[in-house]
Design a protein. Structure first.
Length: 553
Protein backbone atom coordinates (compact mmCIF):
# COMPACT_ATOMS: atom_id res chain seq x y z
CA UNK A 1 0.00 0.00 0.00
CA UNK A 2 1.39 3.37 -1.03
CA UNK A 3 0.09 6.64 0.43
CA UNK A 4 1.10 10.12 -0.69
CA UNK A 5 0.03 13.62 0.27
CA UNK A 6 -0.65 16.42 -2.17
CA UNK A 7 -1.78 20.01 -1.70
CA UNK A 8 -4.52 20.83 -4.22
CA UNK A 9 -5.13 24.47 -5.08
CA UNK A 10 -8.21 25.79 -6.80
CA UNK A 11 -8.30 28.34 -9.60
CA UNK A 12 -11.31 30.31 -10.86
CA UNK A 13 -13.53 28.17 -8.62
CA UNK A 14 -12.21 25.04 -10.34
CA UNK A 15 -10.31 22.22 -8.68
CA UNK A 16 -8.26 19.71 -10.64
CA UNK A 17 -6.65 16.36 -9.80
CA UNK A 18 -4.41 14.39 -12.18
CA UNK A 19 -3.38 10.78 -11.71
CA UNK A 20 -0.54 10.50 -14.26
CA UNK A 21 -0.43 7.31 -16.33
CA UNK A 22 0.88 8.51 -19.70
CA UNK A 23 4.54 7.94 -20.42
CA UNK A 24 6.66 11.04 -20.79
CA UNK A 25 8.12 9.73 -24.04
CA UNK A 26 11.55 11.38 -23.76
CA UNK A 27 13.69 8.73 -22.03
CA UNK A 28 15.15 6.95 -25.07
CA UNK A 29 17.51 4.75 -23.03
CA UNK A 30 14.63 3.44 -20.95
CA UNK A 31 12.43 2.86 -23.99
CA UNK A 32 15.19 0.86 -25.66
CA UNK A 33 15.69 -1.32 -22.57
CA UNK A 34 12.19 -2.08 -21.26
CA UNK A 35 9.23 -3.67 -22.96
CA UNK A 36 5.76 -3.19 -21.56
CA UNK A 37 2.12 -3.75 -22.32
CA UNK A 38 -0.01 -0.61 -22.33
CA UNK A 39 -3.21 -2.63 -21.95
CA UNK A 40 -4.38 -3.72 -18.52
CA UNK A 41 -4.55 -7.51 -18.59
CA UNK A 42 -5.90 -7.81 -15.05
CA UNK A 43 -8.23 -5.73 -12.89
CA UNK A 44 -7.77 -1.95 -12.70
CA UNK A 45 -9.70 0.18 -10.22
CA UNK A 46 -9.64 3.91 -9.55
CA UNK A 47 -11.81 5.42 -6.84
CA UNK A 48 -11.73 9.10 -5.89
CA UNK A 49 -13.71 10.57 -3.04
CA UNK A 50 -14.17 14.33 -3.08
CA UNK A 51 -15.31 15.98 0.16
CA UNK A 52 -15.70 19.76 0.39
CA UNK A 53 -17.03 22.13 3.05
CA UNK A 54 -18.08 24.37 0.13
CA UNK A 55 -20.90 23.12 -2.14
CA UNK A 56 -19.70 21.53 -5.37
CA UNK A 57 -21.82 22.18 -8.47
CA UNK A 58 -20.36 19.55 -10.76
CA UNK A 59 -17.59 16.97 -11.14
CA UNK A 60 -16.16 15.94 -14.50
CA UNK A 61 -13.69 13.24 -15.46
CA UNK A 62 -12.05 13.51 -18.88
CA UNK A 63 -11.93 9.72 -19.10
CA UNK A 64 -15.19 8.51 -20.63
CA UNK A 65 -15.17 5.25 -18.62
CA UNK A 66 -15.53 7.04 -15.29
CA UNK A 67 -18.76 6.83 -13.29
CA UNK A 68 -19.44 10.11 -11.42
CA UNK A 69 -21.89 10.03 -8.50
CA UNK A 70 -23.05 12.88 -6.27
CA UNK A 71 -23.57 11.85 -2.64
CA UNK A 72 -24.53 15.26 -1.24
CA UNK A 73 -23.83 18.97 -1.83
CA UNK A 74 -20.13 18.68 -0.98
CA UNK A 75 -19.36 14.99 -1.53
CA UNK A 76 -18.85 13.20 -4.84
CA UNK A 77 -17.31 9.94 -6.01
CA UNK A 78 -15.51 9.04 -9.25
CA UNK A 79 -15.02 5.35 -10.08
CA UNK A 80 -13.28 3.54 -12.92
CA UNK A 81 -13.27 -0.26 -12.99
CA UNK A 82 -11.80 -2.08 -15.95
CA UNK A 83 -10.51 -5.48 -16.98
CA UNK A 84 -9.72 -7.30 -20.21
CA UNK A 85 -10.67 -10.83 -21.20
CA UNK A 86 -13.95 -12.62 -21.79
CA UNK A 87 -16.42 -13.17 -18.99
CA UNK A 88 -14.96 -10.45 -16.70
CA UNK A 89 -17.63 -8.65 -14.70
CA UNK A 90 -17.69 -5.44 -12.72
CA UNK A 91 -18.18 -7.46 -9.55
CA UNK A 92 -14.59 -8.70 -9.93
CA UNK A 93 -13.11 -5.34 -8.97
CA UNK A 94 -12.16 -4.25 -5.44
CA UNK A 95 -14.18 -5.93 -2.73
CA UNK A 96 -16.09 -3.90 -0.14
CA UNK A 97 -13.58 -4.99 2.50
CA UNK A 98 -10.61 -3.87 0.37
CA UNK A 99 -12.20 -0.49 -0.31
CA UNK A 100 -13.03 -0.01 3.37
CA UNK A 101 -9.46 -0.85 4.40
CA UNK A 102 -7.95 1.54 1.85
CA UNK A 103 -10.30 4.38 2.70
CA UNK A 104 -10.11 3.86 6.44
CA UNK A 105 -13.91 3.83 6.57
CA UNK A 106 -16.08 1.49 8.59
CA UNK A 107 -18.65 0.81 5.87
CA UNK A 108 -18.46 1.34 2.13
CA UNK A 109 -21.06 0.59 -0.51
CA UNK A 110 -19.57 -0.70 -3.75
CA UNK A 111 -21.46 1.10 -6.55
CA UNK A 112 -20.40 -1.49 -9.16
CA UNK A 113 -22.71 -4.43 -8.51
CA UNK A 114 -23.92 -5.10 -12.05
CA UNK A 115 -22.57 -8.02 -14.03
CA UNK A 116 -21.91 -6.12 -17.26
CA UNK A 117 -18.60 -6.90 -18.97
CA UNK A 118 -15.83 -4.53 -17.97
CA UNK A 119 -14.22 -2.39 -20.68
CA UNK A 120 -10.54 -2.70 -21.53
CA UNK A 121 -8.52 0.11 -19.98
CA UNK A 122 -5.49 1.58 -21.74
CA UNK A 123 -2.67 2.82 -19.52
CA UNK A 124 -1.59 5.52 -21.98
CA UNK A 125 -3.96 8.25 -20.76
CA UNK A 126 -3.91 10.24 -17.53
CA UNK A 127 -6.96 10.28 -15.29
CA UNK A 128 -8.01 13.92 -14.93
CA UNK A 129 -10.86 14.98 -12.65
CA UNK A 130 -12.26 18.52 -12.37
CA UNK A 131 -14.70 19.88 -9.82
CA UNK A 132 -16.52 23.22 -9.86
CA UNK A 133 -17.65 25.04 -6.75
CA UNK A 134 -21.08 26.62 -6.53
CA UNK A 135 -21.62 30.00 -8.16
CA UNK A 136 -21.54 33.30 -6.27
CA UNK A 137 -19.44 32.17 -3.32
CA UNK A 138 -17.72 35.09 -1.55
CA UNK A 139 -13.99 35.44 -1.22
CA UNK A 140 -12.72 33.79 1.93
CA UNK A 141 -9.95 33.23 4.46
CA UNK A 142 -9.51 29.56 5.44
CA UNK A 143 -7.25 28.25 8.20
CA UNK A 144 -6.33 24.63 8.90
CA UNK A 145 -4.13 23.84 11.91
CA UNK A 146 -2.47 20.90 13.64
CA UNK A 147 -1.04 20.74 17.15
CA UNK A 148 -0.91 17.82 19.56
CA UNK A 149 -1.86 18.29 23.24
CA UNK A 150 1.09 19.54 25.27
CA UNK A 151 3.10 20.72 22.25
CA UNK A 152 4.31 24.33 22.18
CA UNK A 153 4.32 24.63 18.37
CA UNK A 154 1.82 23.71 15.71
CA UNK A 155 1.56 23.73 11.92
CA UNK A 156 -0.91 25.71 9.84
CA UNK A 157 -2.09 26.31 6.29
CA UNK A 158 -3.63 29.70 5.55
CA UNK A 159 -5.55 30.00 2.28
CA UNK A 160 -6.78 33.36 1.00
CA UNK A 161 -9.25 33.26 -1.90
CA UNK A 162 -9.58 36.88 -3.04
CA UNK A 163 -12.99 38.25 -3.85
CA UNK A 164 -11.78 41.40 -5.58
CA UNK A 165 -13.00 43.09 -8.72
CA UNK A 166 -9.96 42.85 -11.00
CA UNK A 167 -10.99 44.79 -14.10
CA UNK A 168 -10.23 43.79 -17.70
CA UNK A 169 -7.18 45.37 -19.33
CA UNK A 170 -8.25 47.40 -22.34
CA UNK A 171 -5.06 49.01 -23.69
CA UNK A 172 -3.29 47.24 -26.55
CA UNK A 173 -0.44 44.87 -25.71
CA UNK A 174 2.05 42.68 -27.51
CA UNK A 175 1.97 38.89 -27.13
CA UNK A 176 4.93 36.71 -28.05
CA UNK A 177 4.05 33.00 -28.32
CA UNK A 178 7.14 30.81 -27.91
CA UNK A 179 6.12 27.29 -28.97
CA UNK A 180 8.05 24.03 -28.66
CA UNK A 181 7.98 21.86 -31.81
CA UNK A 182 10.78 19.47 -30.77
CA UNK A 183 10.58 15.67 -30.83
CA UNK A 184 9.75 15.51 -27.13
CA UNK A 185 6.44 17.23 -27.95
CA UNK A 186 5.21 14.31 -30.03
CA UNK A 187 1.77 13.38 -28.75
CA UNK A 188 1.38 16.85 -27.22
CA UNK A 189 1.26 18.94 -30.39
CA UNK A 190 -2.51 18.77 -30.78
CA UNK A 191 -2.92 20.00 -27.21
CA UNK A 192 -0.45 22.80 -27.98
CA UNK A 193 -2.37 24.04 -31.02
CA UNK A 194 -5.71 23.82 -29.20
CA UNK A 195 -4.32 25.93 -26.38
CA UNK A 196 -2.80 28.53 -28.70
CA UNK A 197 -6.07 28.76 -30.65
CA UNK A 198 -7.94 29.56 -27.44
CA UNK A 199 -5.35 32.11 -26.30
CA UNK A 200 -5.24 33.93 -29.64
CA UNK A 201 -9.01 34.04 -29.75
CA UNK A 202 -9.09 35.92 -26.42
CA UNK A 203 -6.87 38.81 -27.58
CA UNK A 204 -8.25 42.31 -28.00
CA UNK A 205 -8.50 43.97 -31.39
CA UNK A 206 -5.81 46.47 -30.34
CA UNK A 207 -3.35 43.68 -29.45
CA UNK A 208 -0.52 42.40 -31.61
CA UNK A 209 1.06 38.96 -31.59
CA UNK A 210 4.14 37.14 -32.79
CA UNK A 211 4.80 33.38 -32.96
CA UNK A 212 8.25 31.85 -32.48
CA UNK A 213 8.77 28.09 -32.97
CA UNK A 214 11.80 26.26 -31.65
CA UNK A 215 13.33 22.80 -31.89
CA UNK A 216 17.07 22.48 -32.69
CA UNK A 217 16.94 26.24 -33.26
CA UNK A 218 14.30 28.95 -33.20
CA UNK A 219 12.57 30.67 -36.08
CA UNK A 220 9.77 33.20 -36.34
CA UNK A 221 6.56 31.92 -37.93
CA UNK A 222 5.03 35.37 -38.28
CA UNK A 223 6.48 38.29 -40.20
CA UNK A 224 6.99 40.63 -37.26
CA UNK A 225 4.06 41.58 -35.05
CA UNK A 226 0.66 40.77 -36.53
CA UNK A 227 -2.74 42.31 -35.75
CA UNK A 228 -5.00 40.10 -33.61
CA UNK A 229 -7.87 40.05 -36.10
CA UNK A 230 -9.76 36.86 -36.96
CA UNK A 231 -8.35 36.37 -40.45
CA UNK A 232 -4.71 36.77 -39.36
CA UNK A 233 -5.14 34.48 -36.36
CA UNK A 234 -6.71 31.72 -38.49
CA UNK A 235 -3.94 32.02 -41.08
CA UNK A 236 -1.27 31.56 -38.44
CA UNK A 237 -3.11 28.62 -36.88
CA UNK A 238 -3.20 26.87 -40.25
CA UNK A 239 0.58 27.27 -40.44
CA UNK A 240 0.96 25.69 -36.98
CA UNK A 241 -1.40 22.85 -37.91
CA UNK A 242 0.85 22.03 -40.85
CA UNK A 243 3.91 21.54 -38.63
CA UNK A 244 5.12 18.29 -37.07
CA UNK A 245 7.13 17.73 -33.89
CA UNK A 246 10.76 16.72 -34.38
CA UNK A 247 14.35 17.56 -33.48
CA UNK A 248 16.01 18.67 -30.26
CA UNK A 249 14.83 21.23 -27.72
CA UNK A 250 16.68 24.55 -27.83
CA UNK A 251 14.49 26.42 -25.36
CA UNK A 252 17.18 29.04 -24.77
CA UNK A 253 17.24 30.05 -28.46
CA UNK A 254 13.46 30.38 -28.46
CA UNK A 255 13.43 32.73 -25.48
CA UNK A 256 16.47 34.66 -26.76
CA UNK A 257 14.67 35.36 -30.04
CA UNK A 258 11.61 36.50 -28.06
CA UNK A 259 13.69 38.90 -25.95
CA UNK A 260 15.33 40.42 -29.04
CA UNK A 261 11.92 41.14 -30.56
CA UNK A 262 10.44 43.21 -27.72
CA UNK A 263 9.04 46.67 -28.43
CA UNK A 264 10.01 48.79 -25.41
CA UNK A 265 7.13 51.20 -26.07
CA UNK A 266 4.46 48.53 -25.52
CA UNK A 267 3.58 46.19 -22.66
CA UNK A 268 4.57 42.65 -23.63
CA UNK A 269 3.70 39.19 -22.34
CA UNK A 270 5.48 35.99 -23.37
CA UNK A 271 3.31 32.86 -23.66
CA UNK A 272 5.65 29.86 -23.44
CA UNK A 273 4.31 26.40 -24.34
CA UNK A 274 6.85 23.60 -23.82
CA UNK A 275 7.82 20.55 -21.80
CA UNK A 276 11.13 22.27 -21.01
CA UNK A 277 13.26 19.19 -21.76
CA UNK A 278 16.13 21.35 -23.00
CA UNK A 279 18.83 19.21 -24.64
CA UNK A 280 20.31 21.73 -27.10
CA UNK A 281 22.03 24.92 -25.94
CA UNK A 282 22.02 26.24 -22.34
CA UNK A 283 19.80 24.24 -19.99
CA UNK A 284 20.45 25.57 -16.47
CA UNK A 285 17.97 27.88 -14.75
CA UNK A 286 20.66 30.42 -13.85
CA UNK A 287 21.50 30.81 -17.57
CA UNK A 288 17.87 31.58 -18.40
CA UNK A 289 17.61 34.04 -15.53
CA UNK A 290 20.68 35.89 -16.81
CA UNK A 291 19.10 36.09 -20.27
CA UNK A 292 15.88 37.59 -18.90
CA UNK A 293 17.32 39.87 -16.22
CA UNK A 294 17.48 42.98 -18.40
CA UNK A 295 13.91 42.90 -19.72
CA UNK A 296 10.63 43.82 -18.04
CA UNK A 297 8.26 41.17 -19.33
CA UNK A 298 5.90 38.63 -17.80
CA UNK A 299 6.25 34.96 -18.78
CA UNK A 300 3.17 32.73 -18.69
CA UNK A 301 4.01 29.06 -19.16
CA UNK A 302 1.93 26.04 -20.16
CA UNK A 303 4.03 23.09 -18.92
CA UNK A 304 3.18 20.19 -21.23
CA UNK A 305 3.11 16.52 -20.29
CA UNK A 306 4.41 14.20 -17.57
CA UNK A 307 8.04 14.39 -18.63
CA UNK A 308 8.26 18.17 -18.27
CA UNK A 309 11.19 19.93 -16.60
CA UNK A 310 9.01 21.57 -13.96
CA UNK A 311 11.85 22.98 -11.78
CA UNK A 312 13.29 24.92 -14.74
CA UNK A 313 9.98 26.21 -16.09
CA UNK A 314 8.39 27.04 -12.75
CA UNK A 315 11.56 28.72 -11.50
CA UNK A 316 11.87 30.86 -14.63
CA UNK A 317 8.18 31.78 -14.61
CA UNK A 318 8.18 32.70 -10.94
CA UNK A 319 11.29 34.87 -11.36
CA UNK A 320 9.59 36.76 -14.21
CA UNK A 321 6.49 37.32 -12.02
CA UNK A 322 4.23 35.28 -14.28
CA UNK A 323 2.52 31.99 -13.60
CA UNK A 324 2.89 28.39 -14.75
CA UNK A 325 0.13 25.90 -15.50
CA UNK A 326 0.72 22.15 -15.78
CA UNK A 327 -1.12 20.60 -18.74
CA UNK A 328 -1.79 16.89 -19.23
CA UNK A 329 -2.38 15.66 -22.76
CA UNK A 330 -5.73 14.42 -21.46
CA UNK A 331 -6.72 17.75 -19.90
CA UNK A 332 -9.61 19.92 -20.95
CA UNK A 333 -7.32 22.28 -22.85
CA UNK A 334 -10.04 24.81 -23.63
CA UNK A 335 -11.02 25.02 -19.96
CA UNK A 336 -7.41 25.54 -18.84
CA UNK A 337 -6.86 28.22 -21.45
CA UNK A 338 -10.01 29.99 -20.22
CA UNK A 339 -8.31 30.21 -16.83
CA UNK A 340 -5.00 31.34 -18.32
CA UNK A 341 -6.45 34.03 -20.59
CA UNK A 342 -8.59 35.36 -17.75
CA UNK A 343 -5.39 35.97 -15.79
CA UNK A 344 -3.48 37.75 -18.53
CA UNK A 345 -6.41 39.86 -19.77
CA UNK A 346 -7.29 41.25 -16.30
CA UNK A 347 -5.54 43.32 -13.67
CA UNK A 348 -3.42 41.59 -11.04
CA UNK A 349 -2.60 42.23 -7.39
CA UNK A 350 0.96 43.61 -7.10
CA UNK A 351 3.40 43.80 -4.17
CA UNK A 352 1.24 41.43 -2.12
CA UNK A 353 2.13 41.22 1.56
CA UNK A 354 0.41 38.96 4.13
CA UNK A 355 0.99 39.63 7.84
CA UNK A 356 -0.28 37.74 10.90
CA UNK A 357 -0.33 39.59 14.23
CA UNK A 358 -1.49 38.41 17.65
CA UNK A 359 -0.10 34.87 17.50
CA UNK A 360 3.58 34.19 16.84
CA UNK A 361 4.20 32.57 13.44
CA UNK A 362 7.49 31.38 11.94
CA UNK A 363 9.06 29.32 9.14
CA UNK A 364 6.56 30.68 6.62
CA UNK A 365 6.60 29.35 3.07
CA UNK A 366 6.44 31.24 0.86
CA UNK A 367 7.45 34.34 2.80
CA UNK A 368 6.41 36.82 0.09
CA UNK A 369 4.18 37.06 -2.97
CA UNK A 370 5.04 39.38 -5.83
CA UNK A 371 1.87 39.12 -7.91
CA UNK A 372 -1.43 37.32 -7.57
CA UNK A 373 -3.40 36.90 -10.78
CA UNK A 374 -7.13 36.67 -11.28
CA UNK A 375 -8.56 33.42 -9.93
CA UNK A 376 -5.43 32.45 -7.97
CA UNK A 377 -5.32 31.66 -4.27
CA UNK A 378 -2.70 32.76 -1.76
CA UNK A 379 -1.57 29.65 0.14
CA UNK A 380 0.87 29.97 3.03
CA UNK A 381 2.17 27.22 5.30
CA UNK A 382 4.04 27.76 8.55
CA UNK A 383 4.47 27.11 12.25
CA UNK A 384 2.73 28.88 15.13
CA UNK A 385 3.26 29.24 18.88
CA UNK A 386 0.66 30.21 21.44
CA UNK A 387 -3.04 30.30 20.64
CA UNK A 388 -6.00 32.65 20.38
CA UNK A 389 -7.16 35.33 17.95
CA UNK A 390 -4.77 36.81 15.40
CA UNK A 391 -5.34 39.47 12.74
CA UNK A 392 -4.54 38.61 9.12
CA UNK A 393 -3.83 41.65 6.94
CA UNK A 394 -3.33 41.59 3.16
CA UNK A 395 -1.78 44.66 1.54
CA UNK A 396 -1.58 44.93 -2.26
CA UNK A 397 -1.39 47.41 -5.12
CA UNK A 398 -4.17 47.25 -7.73
CA UNK A 399 -3.98 49.65 -10.69
CA UNK A 400 -1.59 51.86 -8.75
CA UNK A 401 -3.84 52.10 -5.70
CA UNK A 402 -2.92 50.64 -2.33
CA UNK A 403 -5.56 48.23 -0.99
CA UNK A 404 -5.87 46.53 2.38
CA UNK A 405 -7.99 43.55 3.43
CA UNK A 406 -8.07 42.10 6.95
CA UNK A 407 -9.95 39.74 9.23
CA UNK A 408 -9.42 37.91 12.54
CA UNK A 409 -8.58 34.19 12.63
CA UNK A 410 -8.34 31.76 15.55
CA UNK A 411 -5.30 29.54 16.19
CA UNK A 412 -6.36 26.73 18.57
CA UNK A 413 -4.34 25.29 21.45
CA UNK A 414 -5.10 21.74 20.28
CA UNK A 415 -6.07 20.56 16.79
CA UNK A 416 -5.50 16.91 15.88
CA UNK A 417 -7.64 16.42 12.76
CA UNK A 418 -4.93 17.09 10.14
CA UNK A 419 -1.50 15.73 11.17
CA UNK A 420 -0.52 15.62 7.47
CA UNK A 421 0.04 19.38 7.67
CA UNK A 422 3.44 18.76 9.26
CA UNK A 423 4.74 16.92 6.22
CA UNK A 424 3.02 19.23 3.74
CA UNK A 425 4.86 22.12 5.40
CA UNK A 426 8.15 20.18 5.37
CA UNK A 427 7.80 19.32 1.69
CA UNK A 428 7.01 22.95 0.79
CA UNK A 429 10.01 24.19 2.79
CA UNK A 430 12.33 21.71 1.08
CA UNK A 431 11.01 22.82 -2.32
CA UNK A 432 11.74 26.43 -1.37
CA UNK A 433 15.33 25.56 -0.43
CA UNK A 434 15.80 23.62 -3.69
CA UNK A 435 14.55 26.62 -5.66
CA UNK A 436 17.19 28.76 -3.95
CA UNK A 437 19.82 26.17 -4.90
CA UNK A 438 18.74 26.39 -8.55
CA UNK A 439 19.47 30.12 -8.52
CA UNK A 440 22.53 30.56 -6.27
CA UNK A 441 23.86 27.00 -6.19
CA UNK A 442 24.18 24.43 -3.42
CA UNK A 443 25.52 25.78 -0.13
CA UNK A 444 26.35 23.96 3.10
CA UNK A 445 23.46 25.77 4.79
CA UNK A 446 20.87 24.83 2.16
CA UNK A 447 22.05 21.21 2.06
CA UNK A 448 21.95 20.94 5.85
CA UNK A 449 18.56 22.66 5.98
CA UNK A 450 17.04 20.16 3.54
CA UNK A 451 18.64 17.23 5.36
CA UNK A 452 17.41 18.30 8.79
CA UNK A 453 13.82 18.86 7.65
CA UNK A 454 13.74 15.58 5.69
CA UNK A 455 15.09 13.49 8.58
CA UNK A 456 12.65 15.06 11.02
CA UNK A 457 9.64 14.33 8.77
CA UNK A 458 10.58 11.07 7.06
CA UNK A 459 11.03 12.48 3.54
CA UNK A 460 13.31 11.28 0.74
CA UNK A 461 15.45 14.00 -0.89
CA UNK A 462 18.74 14.31 -2.76
CA UNK A 463 20.48 13.97 0.60
CA UNK A 464 18.29 11.48 2.48
CA UNK A 465 17.22 7.94 1.66
CA UNK A 466 14.56 5.47 2.72
CA UNK A 467 16.01 2.22 4.08
CA UNK A 468 13.67 -0.75 4.48
CA UNK A 469 14.66 -3.42 7.03
CA UNK A 470 12.88 -5.98 9.17
CA UNK A 471 11.40 -4.92 12.50
CA UNK A 472 14.05 -6.75 14.56
CA UNK A 473 16.78 -4.66 12.92
CA UNK A 474 15.24 -1.48 14.33
CA UNK A 475 15.16 -3.07 17.77
CA UNK A 476 18.69 -4.43 17.42
CA UNK A 477 20.09 -1.03 16.43
CA UNK A 478 17.98 0.90 18.95
CA UNK A 479 16.35 3.04 16.25
CA UNK A 480 13.45 5.18 17.44
CA UNK A 481 10.51 4.57 15.09
CA UNK A 482 9.39 8.20 14.92
CA UNK A 483 8.15 7.91 11.35
CA UNK A 484 6.15 4.77 12.19
CA UNK A 485 4.37 6.73 14.92
CA UNK A 486 3.72 9.57 12.45
CA UNK A 487 2.28 7.20 9.84
CA UNK A 488 0.01 5.59 12.45
CA UNK A 489 -1.19 9.01 13.62
CA UNK A 490 -1.96 10.10 10.05
CA UNK A 491 -3.80 6.84 9.33
CA UNK A 492 -5.96 7.21 12.42
CA UNK A 493 -6.79 10.81 11.46
CA UNK A 494 -7.87 9.68 7.98
CA UNK A 495 -10.14 7.05 9.53
CA UNK A 496 -11.77 9.63 11.77
CA UNK A 497 -12.25 12.13 8.93
CA UNK A 498 -13.80 9.49 6.68
CA UNK A 499 -16.72 8.97 9.06
CA UNK A 500 -17.14 12.57 10.28
CA UNK A 501 -18.73 15.58 8.57
CA UNK A 502 -16.34 17.75 6.55
CA UNK A 503 -14.77 20.36 8.81
CA UNK A 504 -15.60 23.97 7.96
CA UNK A 505 -12.37 26.03 7.88
CA UNK A 506 -13.65 29.47 6.85
CA UNK A 507 -12.53 32.12 9.34
CA UNK A 508 -13.98 35.35 8.00
CA UNK A 509 -17.71 34.59 7.91
CA UNK A 510 -18.56 37.30 10.46
CA UNK A 511 -15.96 39.82 9.26
CA UNK A 512 -15.38 39.17 5.54
CA UNK A 513 -11.91 40.09 4.36
CA UNK A 514 -12.92 40.68 0.73
CA UNK A 515 -15.77 42.78 -0.68
CA UNK A 516 -16.75 40.67 -3.70
CA UNK A 517 -17.36 37.18 -5.01
CA UNK A 518 -14.58 34.82 -5.95
CA UNK A 519 -13.51 34.68 -9.55
CA UNK A 520 -14.77 31.92 -11.82
CA UNK A 521 -14.64 31.16 -15.53
CA UNK A 522 -18.39 31.69 -15.96
CA UNK A 523 -19.55 35.11 -17.14
CA UNK A 524 -16.07 36.47 -16.55
CA UNK A 525 -16.71 36.63 -12.80
CA UNK A 526 -17.95 34.75 -9.79
CA UNK A 527 -15.52 32.99 -7.53
CA UNK A 528 -14.06 30.01 -5.79
CA UNK A 529 -11.58 28.68 -3.37
CA UNK A 530 -11.30 26.19 -0.60
CA UNK A 531 -8.42 24.88 1.41
CA UNK A 532 -8.07 21.29 0.34
CA UNK A 533 -10.49 18.71 -0.95
CA UNK A 534 -9.77 15.18 0.07
CA UNK A 535 -9.05 12.87 -2.84
CA UNK A 536 -8.29 9.17 -2.61
CA UNK A 537 -6.94 7.09 -5.48
CA UNK A 538 -7.49 3.47 -4.61
CA UNK A 539 -6.03 0.42 -6.28
CA UNK A 540 -6.17 -3.28 -5.44
CA UNK A 541 -2.51 -3.48 -4.48
CA UNK A 542 -2.22 -7.29 -4.71
CA UNK A 543 -3.36 -7.03 -8.32
CA UNK A 544 -0.96 -4.17 -8.99
CA UNK A 545 1.95 -6.19 -7.60
CA UNK A 546 0.98 -9.15 -9.76
CA UNK A 547 0.92 -6.97 -12.85
CA UNK A 548 4.29 -5.46 -12.03
CA UNK A 549 5.87 -8.87 -11.40
CA UNK A 550 4.93 -9.94 -14.90
CA UNK A 551 6.37 -6.77 -16.45
CA UNK A 552 2.97 -5.54 -17.54
CA UNK A 553 1.65 -2.03 -17.15
Amino acid sequence: RLVYLQKLNVDHSMGRYVYPLEEGGVDEARDAFWTRNDTVTEAFSFRMKLRSAYPVDAVRATNGQAQVTQIDAGEWEVVIEAKSGHGATQGNGLSDAEIAELEGAQTVVNPSQSQAPLPVYQLDKDIVVYWRLAENLPGSVDLVTYREPGETRGSFMLTLTPGIDLAPITEGRDWVFVLDSSGSMKGKFTALTDGVRRALGALNASDRFKIIMFSDSAHELTNGYMPADTATVEAMLRKIDGLAAGGGTNLYDGLEKAVRSLDVDRTTAVMLVTDGVANVGPSQLVQFLKLMEKVDVRIFTAIMGNSANEPLLEGLTRHMEGFAMNVSNDDDIVGLMMQMTSKVTHEAMHNVNVSINGVRTSDLTPEKFSRIYRGEQIVMLGKYSGDGTANVTINADISGEKKQYKTPVVFPDVATENPELERLWAFAKIQELKEQQDIIGVTDDSKQGITDIALAHGLVTDYTSLVVVREEIFQQEGIDRKNAARVKREHQARQQRATAPVMQTTQDTNQPAFPSQRHSTSNGGGSFGVWILLAFTLFGMHRLVNVTRNSKS
